[in-house]
Design a protein around this ligand. Structure first.
Ligand SMILES: [Zn+2]
Length: 83
């Protein structure tokens, strides 16, 4: 599972929720891993890609404020393995 660093989802809370979600199911013995994906932005003014480092959300090249966050806001399952 991937948790964006701006998603407000902590690893600990996700692991707790997943553990409770699968109790009593065929997934009760499953192992879960949560990785944090850093927040990234592509500046619309100068096209530079950079990491968003709160609390500063401005392009380090031209100083324009971030207008769209490319990565780092979502929580999603990126893969699973099973038999
Ligand atoms: Zn820029």
């Amino acid at each position: 599972m991937i948790a964006g660093e701006l998603s407000s989802a902590s690893n600990r809370a996700l692991m707790f929720a997943l553990g409770n979600l699968v109790k009593g199911t065929v997934l009760s013995e499953a192992n879960f891993e949560v990785s944090v994906r850093e927040a990234r932005e592509k500046c619309r003014a100068c096209s530079r890609e950079f990491r968003l480092a709160p609390p500063f959300f401005c392009c380090p090249a031209c100083g324009k404020p971030a207008s769209s966050i490319e990565e780092g806001r979502k929580v999603y399952i990126d893969y699973y393995e099973g038999e």
